[in-house]
Design a protein around this ligand. Structure first.
Ligand SMILES: CC(C)(COP(=O)(O)OP(=O)(O)OC[C@H]1O[C@@H](n2cnc3c(N)ncnc32)[C@H](O)[C@@H]1OP(=O)(O)O)[C@@H](O)C(=O)NCCC(=O)NCCS
Length: 445
């Protein structure tokens, strides 16, 4: 009896799982993903699981181009051999001696990846090794970088052309295409290529649905908080204001350019988490950071059609005294100030930015996230969008009046202010009875 019970429980769980993931399978089928794989993965046992996950993606009809990087292993090799190549700006000058090591490292990574695809462990789902072939070839033609700041860049190269047809043929046959970060020039000499740039150029040329960076680092953070989704404009602003720091900033300029040039989404995923790529692609909230020109969950300006849903969303918070009472007419009057996040067609979060442009001040107001969606960083997304809008409108300072969320704003860079910090018109409407805390933030740099 007990065993039967377990069987049915497991079957129920399987049915529910299939129902959850099947929309994603349908959504991704026939899509093209370009994956930038940090070559350091070949030294980790996780490689085998990662390869199985890629095989699974290929088996469900996703077209995959893997561009692997070798930078970290090349750097280690250089250190071991006391090689210190010169640099011009951010570029390394690869001479003949460096290239000897580059060839060995790249060759060895390529062999490790290829053999992982051939190795099918007992019990691997669907024994997919039989169908998911990996194909590498001379798809990339390179050219010399030439001279930068008077320095001959020798074997540091860049992409000259791509064999689109050759790659497409392999993809049509259901093969995974593997592209190394080196390419021959017109006279047959080999050039070292920046693998991230190469991956992004390929993603742009093929207008892939996704460019995925699979690297070691954990998620991208901003001001200490993990970013799950970020819009291109937000990312560009975060880069200029240096809010995003560390290794991963290297990826963002390439990624934002990619989105601007038509690649729908760029994901940053750490391969250290087992199954990370599947979690990112087949669960609602994912595990990595996603950059998109199409705002996730549709964060957009509010329209007249949203007013009824905004009122319904904020009603319980008004009743608890968290938010100021607002009527339909109030919302209609200030509609241009409001933004909303819509999930599955329903407004689940809202916020407003009221401007006092002549004073360079803006009021962040009515930040409200539906109870069921709290903790999913919708509050952060709203605030990020309002701050971006304030920045674009050249506002210098933001203030907010809150009865229940002072800590939340303080953790996001707002500091305690007083009534005296408010513009006069707002001081006049300040309710001593509500006794809201005043918080302020400078956004001028
Ligand atoms: C404040 C509010 C907008 C945050 O939205 P959210 O989407 O849950 O926020 P995020 O997911 O971006 O951040 C969640 C974090 O903030 C914390 N947090 C949420 N509400 C908080 C509050 N009122 N005070 C302090 N911290 C709060 C959570 O504990 C969580 O912390 P953790 O990351 O350490 O676990 C939401 O709680 C809300 O709608 N509150 C009621 C309305 C309100 O008071 N609005 C402010 C007046 S303008």
């Amino acid at each position: 009896m007990m065993e039967n019970g377990n069987f049915f429980q497991e079957a129920d769980a399987t049915v529910s799982l299939l129902r959850q993931v099947s929309p994603y399978f349908l959504q991704h089928r026939d899509s093209l993903f370009v994956i930038h794989l940090d070559g350091g993965v070949v030294e980790r046992p996780i490689l085998q699981n990662l390869v199985r996950d890629l095989m699974l993606l290929s088996a469900v009809g996703i077209r995959i181009i893997v561009v692997f990087g070798a930078e970290s292993l090349i750097a280690t090799r250089f250190v071991k051999n006391n090689i210190t190549p010169s640099k011009v700006k951010d570029f390394t000058v690869f001479d003949a001696n460096c290239m000897k090591h580059v060839k060995e490292v790249v060759g060895s990574i390529r062999l490790s990846i290829e053999s992982s695809f051939s190795y099918v462990r007992e019990g691997a789902p669907m024994r997919m090794g039989a169908t998911a072939k990996i194909s590498s070839g001379n798809f990339v033609l390179a050219k010399a970088k030439g001279v930068i700041d008077g320095q001959e860049m020798l074997f540091s190269g860049e992409l000259r052309s791509l064999d689109n047809e050759g790659i497409s043929q392999r993809l049509d046959r259901g093969e995974i295409v593997l592209v190394p970060p080196v390419g021959p020039g017109s006279s047959g000499e080999l050039f070292n290529l920046d693998s991230r740039l190469l991956a992004s150029e390929i993603a742009i040329k093929f207008q892939s649905h996704k460019l995925i960076f699979l690297h070691e680092e954990e998620e991208i953070s901003c001001d200490g908080s993990v970013i799950r989704q970020i819009g291109v404009k937000q990312a560009e602003l975060a880069l200029t204001t240096k809010q995003i720091e560390g290794e991963l900033t290297k990826y963002l300029p390439i990624a934002t350019r990619c989105c601007r040039k038509g690649v729908e989404r760029v994901h940053f995923i750490s391969y250290l988490t087992d199954g990370a790529i599947l979690r990112e692609l087949f669960t609602r909230d994912g595990v990595g950071t996603m950059l998109s020109d199409v705002p996730f969950d549709n964060l957009r300006s509010a329209t007249r059609a949203d007013i009824a849903e905004i009122l319904e969303l904020i009603k319980p918070m008004q009743e608890q005294g968290m938010l100021l009472g607002r009527t339909y007419d109030d919302l209609l009057k200030d509609l241009d100030d409001f933004i909303v996040i819509v999930r599955e067609g329903i407004v689940v979060a809202t916020a407003a930015l009221h401007q006092h442009a002549e004073l360079g001040q803006g009021e962040v107001a009515c930040v409200a996230v539906h109870h069921d969606y709290r903790g999913d960083e919708f509050g952060d997304m709203l605030l990020g969008e309002l701050e971006l809008r304030a920045h674009i409108k050249s506002l210098k300072n933001l203030f907010v009046l809150t009865t229940h969320a002072a800590d939340w704003f303080e953790e996001r860079g707002y500091s305690l202010g007083t009534k005296a910090d408010l513009p006069e018109v707002r001081r006049e409407t300040y309710s001593d009875e509500r006794n809201s805390t005043v918080l302020i933030k400078s956004i001028s740099n």
